[in-house]
Design a protein around this ligand. Sequence first.
Ligand code: DAK
Length: 259
Amino acid sequence: MESQQILKLDIREDGVAIIEIHRPEARNALNLALRQALSETFRQLNHDASVRAIVLTGGEKVFAAGADIKDFATASTAQMYLRHTEQYWQSIIDCTKPIIAAVNGYALGGGCELAMHADMIIAGRSAQFGQPEVKLGLMPGAGGTQRLLRAIGKFQTMLLVLTGKFIGAEEAKQMGLVSEVVEDANTIEHAVELAKTIAGFSPIAVQQIKEVTNLGQDMSLQAALSLERKAFQILFDTKDQKEGVNAFFEKRPARYQGE
Ligand code: DAK
């Protein structure tokens, strides 16, 4: 792995990129430098055609314990506004490649919000999710109320954001916040395996699936179904679609070129 100070990046030959948050002394708290590094890394990976799927992890022990609380100690409203940290999250939102969060340990506050920017969340049994901002006289500010609402519904969201309570991996899965629960030792490996599978598919089909699924959440059903249909039709103009169908009939693995 190429080691940067607070973020490690590994771009593998199989099309999988692994981003690892590395601030163990602060439970991977997301200070401004880390958020900026995450933003730049996602932008870089989005433009790198060799990257087909991204795994985002905090390593074996902790995903991220939220924003760095030190950044809040004396900040005024104007200073918080002028930081415009929403720009840092935007490059993750704009990433067209599938993102799989591999979560061990705490994913709290901004850490839980970061995990929810992913398209799938693989949780180790030790994972703990929560939005404890209310305990600091704050509230979630990077999508916590809204992404939870869409993932787990109003009543479970209110329970988490109004009490700050932590929930374990199994409970989070039952609520719909987690895709799969695995043993801690397997979290990253399993996420990478999933990413590798996805990286083997047509990147155009994969990216269309991601885009339509995400956009559809906030559209009327009729409009979303129409968007889905158009995206489906567009795929018929790709070489990858012909390759996929031909490979099926020729009983061989498809070789997708992203064209
Ligand atoms: N920030 C800074 N330092 C943190 C931290 C955090 N979020 N979490 C842990 N640390 C530091 C601790 O201060 C401690 O440092 P030292 O005392 O060793 O110097 C070290 O990490 C180890 O922490 P603990 O000793 O507490 O470790 P434990 O294993 O006992 O407990 C814990 C781990 C994660 C349960 C506990 O540290 C904890 O409750 N941490 C705070 C969790 C939290 O409240 N998170 C929410 C933060 S608010 C925004 C968008 C998003 C946000 C804000 C704005 N905009 C768009 C503007 C997000 C806000 C948040 O996330």
